[in-house]
Structure formats: structure tokens, C-alpha cells
Write a protein that binds this ligand. Structure first.
Ligand code: ADP
Ligand code: MG
Length: 320
């Protein structure tokens, strides 16, 4: 991900966002998403640092829907607020052309960036990270929300290397037993039922919160061995492998890994969503019951294996 400034990254017109500029001083780019640029910024009054997600409504032909989806994202961020492993929204500014979401700053960036630094995570570190991810998602699910874009780019790490789940841009509040049908998420992390909904006319049952559990299985697999379970250079083959639940836990990388994490992954990457563990059941799995008195957080800073970047591209209905 290019994080240097370039012509396209000119800051929004001052008039468009007077209020934001009155309170904050924008600094360098921290990250970029499909529809946003995220910059470090300093709150002038306090000198505190934050991360401002700047959403450009003018660049999108369908900016009405972008506006609506950002309002939805803010609504959901407020519902899930107050959890230690979920990003905190500090401030919001709206103009006709831009929306600014000011978040707490995660100094250690994306879990994805750690992953691209070339080594795998030990079982102990995987347990430390995944327990926090599961606890964050359990909170989200308890509120009747599905995230729909769980992946290492949306799992941020703060200065203490604690997880902050972010990017609720695809999240939805589900009414009682409501099912969704839309194709959205990121290809390598899509659950089989999301694909089936969109590929087979006779698959009419839709999907729900179970999709986040599947994505956790993909993330956990990737943390342990440094490569994702379903990746294939031909995307169609990858999607077919996902729908068939075709992945391996017996390749050489898995040789030195104990049974507990393998067993958990097997129970997360289950094609039938009704047979997949729920988040709460996953947290009760023996893998998370092993005590860890001596976790050395600084070890987490060691780099991980490479993950193909093609997996990081998100899709929406429009793009796939
Ligand atoms: P999008 O919905 O466009 O994907 P995200 O909310 O995921 O936007 O933000 C894009 C990227 O910006 C993240 O993947 C991360 O690299 C960076 N980022 C977002 N929020 C923060 C934050 N609070 N602290 C540090 N970096 C952040
Ligand atoms: Mg994102």
C-alpha cells in the first residue's frame, strides 16, 4: 500500500471542512481504503494524536449512497462503542463533499502490515491476537450486527499491541433472523454461503453473522502458516475451493503446529454455516483455555510471512 503523498492526495478544500481544520491539524497518510484516505492528525487544543478517515463524497458518482453508507457506518460505530478491542470514534464532521471520522490512533497499524514482514506467528501470539479479535466480534454479534469485512487490514494494533477492530463500512444491523444476500467483503475471506447466494439461483437462504466466523478461520490460518487457506492465482478456482471448503492442514508448514489450533480452524472453516461454531463457542474452544502467563508482547513485533496482496482487494456487488 503506497502511503506517500501524491497529487491525488491533496487535502480537501479548506472551505469544505472548516470545522475540522479549526480543531485538527492533518498530518501524513496512514492508510487508504476503497473510498477513503486516513491521516494522522493532531487535536490543536489538547495536542493529542488521532486518525482521521476522510471520505470524499464528490469523487463518487453515486455519492448519495456513499453518504448513506457512511451515516450507517457512524451509526454502527456508536452502537459497538466502549469495547476495549473495538476502534473508538472520537469526532465526526460533515460537509457537502467530505465526511471526516476522527478515530483513536493505532500506532502499530494493520495486522496485515505485520504479516507482510515475512515470519509466521507462533501459536501463543496467534492465541493472543485471535482471542481479542473473537472478543471484539462477540461484542459486535451481541449487538445484532454483522461486520462482513474481517481481514488483517481491518484489524489494527495500538501502542500496546492490543487489537482494535475497525472498518464497519460493510457492517449491518440485522433485524430478528434477518438474512442478507448481497455480495460484499474481500474475495479470500468470503464465506461459502455469500458466494452461493450470488452464484446459485436455488440458494435462497441468505447469510448472517456466521460469515464473520468463517473470516476469522481464514485470518487464524494465515497467521499460523503465513499463507491463506484458499488462495489460488485463478480467482475462480479460489472461489470454488471456498465453496467446497477445500483447504489443507497437512502441508509441511503445519507439521510443527499442535492439534488445538488445527481443531479450532476445522470448526471455523465449516462450509455449512449452521454447523460452524458461533463466536462464543469459538472462545470456549480449548485453544483459548491454555493459560499464558508469559506472553512477551515485544515478540509480536517480529515479522510474519507474506500474504498475496490480491487477497486484500475488497469487492462489492458492483465490482465482482
Ligand atoms: P476503508 O473503509 O476505506 O477500507 P478503513 O477504515 O479500513 O477504510 O481505513 C483504511 C486504512 O487506514 C486501514 O486499513 C489502516 O491502514 C488505516 N487506518 C484506519 N484507521 C486507523 C487508525 N485508527 N489508526 C491507524 N491507522 C488507521
Ligand atoms: Mg478497510
Amino acid at each position: 500500500m503506497a502511503k506517500d503523498d501524491c497529487v491525488d492526495d491533496l487535502l480537501p478544500d479548506k472551505d469544505a471542512a472548516k470545522e475540522f481544520y479549526a480543531k485538527y491539524e492533518p498530518k501524513e497518510i496512514l492508510g487508504r481504503g476503497v473510498s477513503s484516505t486516513v491521516r494522522r492528525c493532531i487535536e490543536k487544543e489538547t495536542g493529542r494524536e488521532y486518525a482521521a478517515k476522510i471520505i470524499d463524497l464528490s469523487s463518487d458518482a453515486e455519492n448519495l449512497s456513499m453518504h448513506e453508507s457512511t451515516i450507517q457506518e457512524i451509526h454502527i460505530l456508536r452502537i459497538v462503542a466502549g469495547h476495549p478491542f473495538i476502534i473508538e470514534l472520537h469526532d465526526v464532521f460533515e460537509s457537502n463533499t467530505f465526511i471526516f471520522l476522527v478515530f483513536e490512533l493505532c500506532r502499530n497499524g494493520e495486522l496485515f502490515d505485520h504479516l507482510t514482514n515475512v515470519v509466521t506467528l507462533s501459536e501463543k501470539k496467534t492465541r493472543y491476537i485471535m482471542k481479542q479479535v473473537f472478543e471484539a466480534i462477540e461484542h459486535v454479534h451481541d449487538k445484532g450486527i454483522v461486520h462482513r469485512d474481517i481481514k488483517p487490514e481491518n484489524i489494527l494494533l495500538d501502542e500496546n499491541l492490543n487489537v482494535k477492530l475497525t472498518d464497519f463500512g460493510f457492517a449491518r444491523v440485522l433485524k430478528d433472523n434477518e438474512k442478507l444476500f448481497e455480495l460484499c467483503g474481500t474475495p479470500g475471506y468470503l464465506a461459502p454461503e455469500v458466494l452461493k447466494c450470488n452464484m446459485f439461483e436455488d440458494y435462497t437462504v441468505g447469510y448472517g453473522q456466521e460469515v464473520d466466523v468463517w473470516a476469522c478461520g481464514v485470518v487464524m490460518y494465515t497467521l499460523l502458516v503465513g499463507c491463506p487457506p484458499f488462495w489460488h492465482r485463478k480467482q475462480m478456482v479460489m472461489l470454488r475451493n471456498i465453496m467446497e471448503g477445500k483447504y489443507s492442514l497437512s502441508t509441511p508448514e503445519w507439521e510443527d503446529i499442535t492439534d488445538a489450533p488445527k481443531d479450532l480452524i476445522r470448526k471455523l472453516l465449516v462450509v455449512d454455516p449452521s454447523k460452524r461454531l458461533t463466536i462464543t463457542e469459538a472462545l470456549a474452544h480449548p485453544f483459548f483455555q491454555i493459560m499464558q502467563w508469559d506472553t512477551n508482547l515485544s515478540e509480536l513485533k517480529k515479522s510474519f510471512n507474506h500474504v498475496p496482496t490480491s487477497l486484500s482487494e475488497r469487492v462489492t456487488n458492483r465490482e465482482m
